[in-house]
Design a binder for this molecule. Structure first.
Ligand code: M6R
Length: 369
């Protein structure tokens, strides 16, 4: 069943290029536009949406955090992202023109289900992004966009996450397309790039041996910190979550801009700090700021593990370990940057003797509140 891999997690990490390609299949037409008729929400209604609220848990929540950047940029519709477990308990503002997006691999997560029921009771439309055909969350939603990751067995979500990102980008781009925004050209360019993205994920997978060696060398550490900015911030959170659940280590993700507001006090000699560096193109201001952050933590003794795009030479002097990823449009970078973090957590957990497919205390789908 594991197809020759030592664990389902390794198999599922390796399946990501296909999962991503399958999730795009049939959704980009010959003219390079998106066709998402399966959504079953008429375009006229999508044009009326004045707020998007994403609800999800764990890794799916991180996909939602990334979606917010894409939705607000490409559609100019305000977007909130909320932990499903918090959502219905704070009397959220929901109306008929609010589109609620529930993201769930299993489609059975109770917190997410309760959040979507609450949203529907308030009269909002709910779109599910889900990996499991016919599960409860899509059945109870107004519309569904399935991710085509195939069954995910390992408790730690990997390929489902990448396909959730793809689905979120599709929703964002589609909303942009039907509403017509000033980003029309950019939307077309991104759709073209997205169509190629599986190949780039494969490229990342081919270069993971140094990441594995690095992970093994850190097996006796107590703490790993993760920093990112912009869409790299949720990637940092996801890297930290993977390490917690698999390696049972203290791991925390921070927005790099927050460092000086507290977390930098954690830096001491030898602490590994993983930094997700935004593209030097496009958001170059952020890129330069994060290079300064890398210098700051390194000056205080951190061992810096830097994930940066090919051709980004500015990071080289400050990276104790450099992990290269292909250059991609800024908003799509999480599809590249997350992969090394999955491999890192899986290898580190294995080196610590942990059972990666079945981490202690966790269940694949959390069907209680
Ligand atoms: O099935 P769901 O996507 O609704 O699950 C949500 C979380 O429970 C899940 O992503 C969890 O955080 C994973 N174990 C993370 O790897």
């Amino acid at each position: 069943e594991k197809g020759g891999y030592a664990s389902f997690m390794l198999k599922e990490i390796a399946e990501q290029p296909k999962a991503v390609a399958d999730t795009l299949l049939g959704r980009i037409d010959a003219s390079g536009s998106l066709s998402l008729d399966e959504l079953r929400i008429p375009d006229a209604e999508l044009r009326e949406v004045d707020k998007v609220v994403i609800v999800a848990c764990g890794t799916a929540f991180h996909a939602g955090l990334i979606a917010k950047y894409a939705i607000e940029h490409w559609t100019r519709i305000p977007c909130e992202v909320e932990l499903a477990s918090e959502f219905r308990y704070r009397d959220p503002i929901l109306a008929a023109r609010t589109l609620v997006v529930a993201v769930s691999q299993s489609g059975e997560t109770m917190d997410t289900l309760m959040a979507l029921r609450h949203a529907r009771e308030q009269g909002s439309k709910v779109l599910a992004i889900c990996n499991t055909n016919g599960s409860t969350i899509p059945r109870e939603s107004d519309a569904v966009l399935y991710t085509h990751a195939g069954p995910e067995v390992a408790v730690a979500s990997t390929k489902a996450f990448l396909t959730q990102l793809v689905a979120c980008y599709l929703v964002a781009l589609y909303l942009g397309q039907v509403r017509g925004t000033k980003w029309g050209d950019e939307i077309h360019a991104v759709i073209r790039e997205l169509a190629q993205i599986g190949g780039q994920v494969e490229q990342v997978l081919q270069t993971m041996e140094p990441v594995r060696a690095l992970a093994r060398s850190l097996a006796d550490r107590d703490t790993v910190l993760f920093l990112g900015r912009h869409v790299g911030y949720p990637v940092a959170l996801e890297g930290a979550l993977k390490l917690k659940e698999l390696a049972y280590m203290h791991a925390e993700g921070f927005a790099a801009g927050e460092l000086k507001h507290g977390p930098i006090a954690l830096i001491e000699e030898g602490v590994p700090v993983v930094v997700v560096v935004p593209s030097p193109r496009g958001r170059s201001v952020l890129h330069d700021k994060i290079v300064s952050n890398i210098q700051e933590v390194r000056a205080r003794g951190a061992r810096t593990i830097v994930i940066a795009e090919e051709g980004d030479e500015a990071v080289v002097p400050y990276a104790d370990h450099l992990i290269r990823i292909p250059a991609t449009p800024v908003l799509l970078q999480p599809l590249m940057a997350t992969v090394p973090l999955q491999v890192f957590a899986c290898e580190l957990a294995t080196a610590r003797g942990n059972e990666v497919d079945q981490p202690r205390n966790l269940a694949k789908s959390v069907t209680v509140e």
